[in-house]
Write a protein that binds this ligand. Structure first.
Ligand SMILES: Cc1cc2nc3c(=O)[nH]c(=O)nc-3n(C[C@H](O)[C@H](O)[C@H](O)COP(=O)(O)OP(=O)(O)OC[C@H]3O[C@@H](n4cnc5c(N)ncnc54)[C@H](O)[C@@H]3O)c2cc1C
Length: 493
């Protein structure tokens, strides 16, 4: 066991920072490396975007409401933390999704997200696509592949080229661009959905590639392609993951300092790998390594003085603002107007509403009996002016949307608004190049690491994967640098 512990400060107590601390301390225990880890969080509460609010009557997710299971890292972390009994699936009885198109809700065929729609003809019979649009979509299998050596392209260009403009606008755009609250003509296919580009490269067609992948998959995995099991959550909401993770870190002796803002990272000697983390209460934490798990515009601010190049690269990553508005209604005032998990709204419709989830149908037990809980999602890249309104006007705006789109006229008995100013990083064209340059620039500061949703994946599983990677890498680098130092060499990394 090493005598002097490796002192690490992690800034940011969202899922990325907490997952980093978890991997770091786990790895430290395994490799018998003494680690003294402190996590600093500006807010008095942990979890960042993950915010579950439990009232007497409702369980409301202010930010994310579930995680994707096909990316296994969130599921694995839940199991590692002993939360397997708390995992909940979406309600299989209501697993349809709708798209608001030409004045009505139109059902998206099940399995569409896995490009294995059971009844593609329902795209036409349901009024989502014209016959021409549907045939063009189906022709994707025979559409020529793009030269794989050509540069990155936007989501919009990729999907229009492969599936035709109509399928893109009404079916694909609201599903894929909605995840980022972004503009599909700005977002990079390489950085958001690289798998689609790989499928085109490898199989000449996305549909062919998807079908091949599904038929090659073992039976258990094949059935997990179903919409019902694609997303999961925890009985007590996603904050249950945060609460358990924080408790596990506390037991491992991690210093947990919430309610303190980090103001600056200082390094007396850039190449020495020694840092000071300056906090707003005047504390100056010494560290052998620092991990910044903050939104990239915050990370840029913290690095401006001693890593201006990295800071300006990170500053160039745009963010979109959104809000979630949860509203409860007496169930009888909604009647049978709502079905499925909810609906998405294509950008082409030019509505302020991005999507609505029928929370009570998607997750039973999240509202009291006789009530229907609905969560609306508003704002997004290029549609942010709507968020300038005060809370009452925002609720009125969403109510007008629900009235005109699904005929809900009742007054909600409860409303809760969560605003996410600069909440959604946008992986625009050039994102990959930016990250490559950022890594080159960081290589000049051994012991400094950055992670978080703004870089390599915005979903909870991606944040966990990346945080885990950084935690492990940090310890490996530290062990390697120590070995070099102890052997008398001056080289660090
Ligand atoms: C409305 C919404 C819905 C979403 N839905 C889903 C979903 O259903 N499924 C899914 O997988 N993902 C979803 N996401 C995305 C996902 O929630 C986020 O990408 C992820 O939680 C981000 O985690 P993070 O730790 O990287 O960043 P954050 O959660 O932003 O954490 C960063 C932390 O750093 C702290 N901080 C910042 N500056 C400082 C400082 N100077 N000093 C100290 N602390 C600081 C912040 O207070 C914050 O707690 C959603 C996001 C939003 C906004």
């Amino acid at each position: 066991m090493r005598k002097t512990p490796c002192q690490v400060v992690i800034v940011g107590g969202g899922i990325s920072g907490l997952a980093t601390a978890h991997a770091l301390t786990e790895e430290g225990e395994k490799s018998q490396t003494a680690v003294q880890c402190t996590v600093v969080e500006r807010e008095p509460r942990w979890g960042g975007k993950i915010q579950t609010h439990v009232t007497d009557n409702y369980l409301i997710e202010g930010g994310p409401d579930s995680f994707l299971t096909s990316k296994p890292w969130a599921l694995e972390l839940c199991r590692t933390l002993g939360l397997q009994d708390q995992l909940v699936s979406t309600n299989s009885q209501h697993n349809q999704t709708f798209s608001f198109c030409r004045g009505a809700l139109r059902e998206l065929p099940q399995g569409l997200l896995a490009f294995r729609p059971r009844r593609i003809d329902t795209l036409v019979s349901g009024g989502l696509l014209s016959w021409g649009g549907m045939l063009r979509m189906a022709a994707e299998r025979f559409w020529p592949r793009r030269n794989p050596w050509l540069a990155d392209e936007s989501l919009g260009d990729f999907f229009r080229r492969r599936f035709g403009p109509e399928a893109f606008e009404y079916v694909i755009e609201p599903l894929v661009a909605g995840i980022y609250a972004g503009d599909a003509d700005e977002l990079s296919i390489e950085s958001t959905f690289p798998r689609f580009r790989e499928l085109e490269r490898e199989h000449g067609s996305v549909i062919k590639g998807m079908r091949k992948a599904l038929s090659d998959a073992p039976p258990a995995l094949r059935s997990s392609g179903e919409a019902t099991t694609m997303f999961m959550s925890l009985r007590g909401g996603l904050s249950e993951l945060i609460r358990t993770l924080v408790e596990a870190l506390r037991k491992r002796g991690v210093g947990l300092r919430a309610g303190l803002e980090c103001l600056e990272i200082q390094s007396p000697n850039l190449e020495s790998g020694e840092f000071h983390v300056l906090l707003d209460n005047g504390d100056r934490l010494p560290a052998d390594a620092v991990v910044l798990a903050t939104p990239t515009y915050q990370t840029a601010r913290l690095l401006r003085v001693f890593q201006p190049e990295t800071a300006s690269l990170l500053d160039g990553i745009p963010y979109a603002s959104t809000a979630t508005i949860s509203m409860a209604y007496p169930a009888e005032s909604i009647g049978s107007q709502i079905r499925g998990f909810g609906f998405v709204v294509p950008r082409k419709e030019q509505r302020p509403l991005l999507a609505a989830t029928w929370t009570s149908l998607k997750w039973p037990d999240r509202s009291r009996a006789g009530e229907t809980l609905i969560r609306c999602y508003i704002g997004g890249r290029g549609r942010e002016t709507v968020l300038e309104q005060d809370d009452n006007s925002l609720v009125e705006c969403v109510r007008r949307e629900l009235t005109s789109m699904v005929g809900i006229t009742a007054i909600p008995t409860y409303t809760e608004i969560h605003r996410w100013r600069q909440g959604m990083p946008q992986y625009v064209l050039g994102h990959q190049d930016r990250l490559t340059k950022m890594q080159e620039s960081l290589a000049h500061s051994p012991g400094l690491y950055v992670t978080g949703a703004g870089l390599y994946g915005i979903g909870i599983p991606d944040c966990i994967r990346e945080g885990t990677k950084v935690g492990k890498q940090l310890l490996q680098d530290y062990a390697a640098n120590h070995a070099i130092k102890n052997s008398g060499s001056t080289e660090l990394r």
